[in-house]
Ligand binder design. Structure first.
Ligand code: ARG
Ligand code: ZN
Length: 868
């Protein structure tokens, strides 16, 4: 059934306190829940509690045992009659569950022999009957009872208040969380885990015990996570004035987890991928991922937990805001432009296609069938861009004032995005009436740009028009911040001679009309406009730019994001032109080669930036610019161009490789920047096709003591047929087979390979003893990586790629519908391909829709993919 935002109604009843006792067993787990309930609607005669996959044992109301004819139970509800007069009463509900059989990984389940929970969004209802909605906030006391030998560690939210051994030998612990919270923030963990400890003193002097729990043997892989946590705690105090509010903060790493991590109050549960790292076992990208996810979950303590969502239509209230905060944090900890480039790459790769396809939705969806399908790039990443635009429009100081008021006004509440915006308006004094449209508008706005220069008056006029095909007919215009700088012919910044930014070289202009002109004066020659600096709005720019103009910005723009972006646009244009001319990518215009050479030899740049600037746009970036995607042609010209760039600059690549390998990183640059650039050089050298560089990759692999360099060597050779390649992949598996996260990389590299044998390789890997559909990381490492990261073979003309995917979706539909549904999206892009591929993709979507016992999750995604 579809749920609509417009139907939102306050809850009829509230739950003041929850007293849970969870008796963990090998056969079954018994949950006793004592609830103090308060009426919130005078007229309600029935109390309906959510509950799924539960066996109800008994219900007591105010101490009186109800007989089965006094209540009714369905697959999804427990309905209890409640006399209209009762204003407060208690319930005691006993249910039985089987966590060991829970393959959906929602609610209470077992991972590697340990109990753990995932309750967001609606998992708590798989533990006990409850008002499982975020606007019902209760104070939780949790008692865990179980075998103390098997489960010496027993954790829940808040503070540990009691720990004892029962007469029957079982262990019993009680945790109390003083902060009222919705059920989705509940957590419980029990297992035989190792712990790494540290502490943090908040600026007001509270000593907080920090604990990271991991499987035994992984204690030495927690340093980076712990450091990241302490940095996050400090940053949130300094940047937002937010302190931690309990005496203990725990993180648990589990190996079976549907998503990245979860911000349960005081007890974050993480996919081990975002905790465990050492230079030998994790790449630099893994380290960055850990830093940002640790920060993200920690920041949720204020943006998500202290102030939560009224209902799930408000998801972006906490997610968009928290992603924005973690991006700001990462930018402060690392190179800000490099961080911004990677944020935007992520947005363009995942969110732009979503927003252009059948699954497009506003950051605040207006309806859903299954809320788990809305933990999307749009709600998260575009949501973060929307917050960033508010930050850009308000400016740092006013944004902080608005945030301060938001925290002050709504602490302890479950609120809406509207209340958030109102607090930012009131705190800053800046009107956001028109800006609000971003929340309800799907689709990526396109901005057409026209320039006019009047040599006589010295006036330069920029005219911008906004359109959005997904926003309905003739949509009202959005309020779009345009960060702009003007350059003279030599690339020097020209200060504005009048207007609000007089004397400055950069300003933020408000684009609020469908079509709007900005005039600047005082020029003797036509200036060049650097538009949407820092990607100041999540839009696509439609501008006829010559190769020369793009090369100019690529070489000169002081805004490093725009400098990078100009290079990407230039390269895309060239590759698209080659595709049009049925070329092979090898004839590259001199405007491009000259600009490339300039960046190649510029030693003032951060090496990580140089690496990004010298990397061609990905095949999927280019695909987005084609009316009908031709995966083979894109691959052909991009590989051809890489080969040509490798050959043309071979000596430079050799020099760079040597410098990055042997000379220390320049001041203020992390060693990871040097590795990034070195491995970019390696990849171009390999692209030349010369045997010498296969040997170079081989020797890098053999010498390597860090995972970044090892993976770069594997990645460099993954597409070729060569004994060195086979030996390297075999050695890597042999060496690391006991470490699941490292084996995941082995699957991913092969899933993304483009060799003639790829499809057969993937089929064989699905039969590999280490492959399983049950572990989400493993599944994503092979199938997810193949469907989203290997356009050439996923879209193989045979249709095999599509069939592999739909087969996996069918197999997962019942066991883990959440993960199954996430795999549907690549098929949903069918309209972007040629007729033959369309037919093949549609056939698979139709097959999926006919699956017996089709889950709501998969149904919603496949149905929208086919019909929207
Ligand atoms: N709130 C978590 C985070 O972003 C994600 C939880 C996702 N859960 C889900 N069932 N979709 O930090
Ligand atoms: Zn989050």
């Amino acid at each position: 059934a579809t749920i609509y935002l417009k139907d939102y109604k306050e809850p009829d009843f509230l739950i003041e306190t929850v007293d849970l006792t969870v008796e963990l067993g090998e056969e079954e787990t018994i949950v006793t829940s004592r609830l103090a309930i308060k009426r919130n609607d005078e007229t309600a005669t029935k109390l309906s509690l959510n509950g799924e996959h539960l066996t109800l044992q008994s219900v007591k109301m105010d101490g009186h045992m109800l007989t089965p004819d006094e209540y009714s139970v369905t697959d999804e509800w427990l309905h209890l009659p409640v006399a209209a007069i009762t204003s407060e009463f208690s319930l005691e509900i006993i249910t039985r569950i089987k966590p060991q059989e829970n393959t959906a990984l929602e609610g209470l389940y077992k991972s590697s022999g340990n109990f753990c929970t995932q309750c967001e969004a609606e998992g708590f209802r798989r533990i006990t009957y409850f008002l499982d909605r975020p606007d019902v906030m209760a104070i939780f006391t949790t008692t865990i009872v179980g075998d103390g030998d098997r489960y010496p560690v027993m954790l829940s939210n808040g503070n540990l208040t009691l720990q004892e051994t029962l007469p029957d030998g079982r262990k019993r612990v009680t945790w109390q969380d003083p902060h009222p919270k919705p059920a989705y923030l509940f957590a419980l963990v029990a297992g035989d885990l190792a712990v790494v400890e540290d502490k943090f003193t908040t600026r007001s002097g509270r000593d907080v015990k920090l604990q990271i729990f991991v499987e035994k043997g992984n204690e030495d892989k927690c340093d980076h996570a712990m450091t990241s946590l302490k940095k996050s705690m400090k940053w949130d105090e300094e940047k937002y004035g937010r302190e931690y509010d309990l005496d203990i903060f725990m993180i648990v790493a589990v190996s079976d987890f549907n998503m990245g991590a979860m911000e349960n109050k005081g007890l974050n549960i993480f996919n081990s991928k975002y905790v465990l790292a050492s230079p030998e076992t994790a790449t630099d990208a893994d380290f960055d991922g850990i830093e940002s996810v640790i920060a993200h979950e920690y920041f949720h303590n204020w943006t998500g937990n202290r102030i939560t969502c009224r209902d799930w239509f408000q998801l972006t209230l906490k997610e968009g805001l928290t992603v924005f905060r973690d991006q700001q944090f990462s930018a402060d900890m690392n190179s800000a432009p490099v961080q911004r480039i990677s944020d935007v790459q992520g947005l363009r790769a995942a969110q732009f296609p979503e927003d252009a396809g059948p699954l497009a939705h506003p950051i605040q969806p207006q309806s859903y069938v299954e809320i788990n399908n809305f933990y999307t790039a749009t709600v998260y990443e575009k949501g973060a861009e929307v917050i960033r635009m508010i930050h850009t429009i308000l400016g740092e100081e006013n944004f902080r004032k608005g945030m301060d008021l938001y925290f002050e006004r709504h602490d302890g509440q479950a609120v809406t995005t509207e209340e958030f915006i109102a607090a930012l308006e009131d705190g800053s004094g800046i009107d956001l009436t028109q800006f609000r449209r971003w929340y309800i508008t799907p689709g990526t706005p396109e901005i057409t740009v026209n320039e006019k220069f009047d040599a006589e008056t010295g006036q330069y006029t920029l005219t911008l028009a906004q359109t959005n095909l997904k926003a309905g007919k003739d949509p009202e215009p959005l309020h779009i911040p345009l960060k702009l700088g003007l350059l003279d012919v030599n690339g020097n910044a020209v200060p504005f001679s009048d207007g609000p930014f007089k004397g400055e070289t950069e300003g933020v202009f408000d684009l609020t009309k469908k079509r709007q002109s900005f005039t600047f004066s005082g020029f003797s020659t036509q200036p060049r406009a650097s538009l949407f600096r820092g990607f100041s709005a999540p839009v696509k720019i439609r501008q006829e730019s010559s190769d020369d103009a793009l090369a100019f910005f690529f070489a000169k723009d002081e805004d490093l994001f725009n400098r990078w972006d100009a290079g990407q646009r230039l390269a895309s244009n060239i590759l698209l032109k080659q595709i049009e001319d049925a070329g092979d990518g090898t004839s590259l215009p001199s405007a491009f080669l000259d600009a490339f050479a300039e960046t190649l030899s510029d030693k003032t740049l951060d090496r990580a930036f140089t690496a990004a600037a010298l990397t061609l746009p990905g095949e999927q970036d280019i695909a987005q610019k084609m009316p009908v995607v031709d995966v083979d042609a894109i691959h052909r010209v991009r590989e051809g161009a890489r080969r040509q760039i490798g050959l043309t600059f071979e000596d430079d690549w050799r020099r760079i490789y040597e410098e990055c390998e042997n000379a220390p990183s320049p001041a203020n640059q992390p060693a990871s920047s040097s590795r990034k650039l070195k491995n970019t050089a390696l990849s171009y050298l390999i692209a030349t096709g010369q045997e010498e560089f296969i040997t170079l990759a081989d020797s890098q692999y053999r010498k390597s003591k860090n995972m970044t360099d090892s993976v770069a060597a594997l990645a460099g050779l993954k597409d070729i047929n060569h004994p060195v390649r086979e030996a390297m992949f075999a050695d890597y598996y042999e060496k690391w087979q006991k470490d699941a996260l490292i084996v995941d990389k082995w699957f991913t590299l092969q899933a993304m390979a483009t060799r003639e044998s790829t499809i057969d390789d993937i089929k064989a890997l699905m039969e590999h003893p280490a492959f399983t559909l049950r572990n989400p990381n493993r599944l994503r490492s092979l199938i997810g990586a193949f469907a989203s990261g290997n356009p050439v073979y996923f879209h193989d003309k045979s249709g095999d790629g599509y069939r592999i995917l739909s087969g996996v979706i069918a197999a997962l539909n019942k066991t883990n519908p959440q993960i199954a549904a996430r795999l549907v999206a690549p098929l949903g892009q069918w309209r972007r391909y040629d007729k033959d591929r369309q037919d093949l993709m549609v056939t698979e979507l139709e097959k999926i829709l006919k699956l017996p016992d089709l889950s709501d999750h998969v149904y919603e995604m496949a149905n929208k993919s086919l019909h929207n």
